[in-house]
Design a protein around this ligand. Structure first.
Ligand code: TRP
Length: 363
């Protein structure tokens, strides 16, 4: 079986370092290792509209931001097909057929939909139908490209489960047609859900606790230096706590052994640093300065690449258009298989035409 990797992001803002450690970094690594048949990365603008119906400009303007973020982290359109979801109408048709495979109560039980309903306060009946059914459209996104591996954050687990159920139900009814995908989660718990700079559980634009990939050096410094650490660690001598300490969580996500040799040779490993912090006698400022050096080294090349791509915006849109054309060809192939399996390809179905003709000749 071929190995097809697919993932996407909603264009509701620039991408931040939570996206980076949660998925982007892994995508680029997979892309460059080359052990796959095809990789698709897409901008989920149609999905973003399901809960931004009153704010289409936000979605529209962030398409290019996300594209720039993709290019700046090293996604390479000569290797990876980068496309825009709304430009693939085949996805709508697939969604429409998949709607027959899912019940209302199953959608209501989808934990992501459930929490998002609560979070957005739509409450019961007032939830837009498009939003309510976006797990179905996400199943179309994944299956249209016959994705076998979907690298996403932990929050997308229910979406993948829902997709697998749709695939199994479809294949059961219409015969083996769709491919069941597998989720690929980050391997390190810090990367699974990177907290905000304020220590809150999630980095989110509305909380204002994000470090964006496109932040300049001065902004990065300001954000790191004011990060949440351990409120009980008041004096340097006090023992520090690692639990809930955002600076250490970021180190878990970004720090590599060679960073010590390069920036802080007094310590030989992150474990040694943590041990000293926990024992007491190590100030937060020192740890933050170390984290800043690591982040700066990681983000500077990304920032610089972004600056270059920003010089030719029309070329970025052209890249998206070419990617969307390629993606459409792939989605069309799957849609044809689906129509054939569903036996709604009447005009190509000579057996059907002949059988009906025969029936009426005899009658
Ligand atoms: N739901 C994803 C998010 O919120 C975006 C997305 C849409 C996606 N369709 C997808 C991710 C298909 C992976 C596969 O970020």
């Amino acid at each position: 079986m071929s190995k097809i990797i697919l993932t996407g992001d909603r264009p509701t803002g620039r991408l931040h370092i939570g996206h980076y450690v949660g998925s982007l970094r892994r995508r680029v690594q997979i892309q460059n290792e080359g052990d796959y048949d095809k990789m698709f990365v897409f901008i989920a603008d149609a999905q973003a509209l399901t809960d931004n119906a009153d704010n289409p400009d936000k979605v529209r303007e962030n398409v290019i931001e996300v594209a720039l973020d993709y290019l700046s982290v090293g996604l390479d359109p000569t290797k990876t097909c980068i496309f825009v979801q709304s430009q693939i109408p085949e996805l709508c048709e697939l969604s429409f057929y998949y709607m027959n495979m899912v019940t209302v109560s199953r959608l209501q039980r989808n934990p992501t939909v459930k929490t998002e309903i609560q979070m957005r306060g739509f409450g019961g009946e007032s939830i837009p139908v498009g939003f309510f059914t976006y797990p179905i459209s996400q199943a179309a996104d994944i299956t249209a490209f016959e994705a076998t591996i979907v690298p996403v954050g932990e929050d997308q687990k229910p979406m993948l489960e829902q997709t697998c159920e749709i695939v199994r139900r479809f294949n059961h009814i219409y015969g083996d047609t769709l491919v069941e995908p597998r989720i690929l989660l980050p391997d390190n718990t810090a990367c699974l859900r990177l907290p905000g700079t304020d220590g809150k559980a999630k980095m989110s634009k509305s909380l204002g606790n994000c470090i964006y990939l496109s932040d300049d050096a001065a902004t990065l410094k300001k954000k790191v230096m004011s990060m949440y650490t351990d409120p009980a660690h008041i004096h340097v001598e006090d023992p520090g706590h690692l639990e809930g300490n955002a600076v250490f969580t970021y180190l878990d996500a970004f720090c590599r052994p060679e960073h010590f040799a390069e920036y802080w040779p007094e310590y030989e490993s992150l474990d040694a640093l943590k041990e000293h912090y926990t024992r007491g006698g190590l100030g937060d400022m020192k740890v933050k300065k170390f984290l800043l050096k690591i982040l700066d080294a990681e983000l500077t090349p990304i920032r610089e690449r972004r600056k270059q791509f920003e010089q030719d915006i029309p070329a970025v849109y052209e890249m998206l258009q070419r990617g969307s054309e390629e993606a459409r060809t792939a989605a069309m192939r799957t849609l044809n298989k689906v129509r054939q399996a569903m036996r709604i390809d009447y005009f190509n179905d000579t057996a059907l035409i002949q059988a009906q003709a025969k029936k009426y000749r005899q009658g």
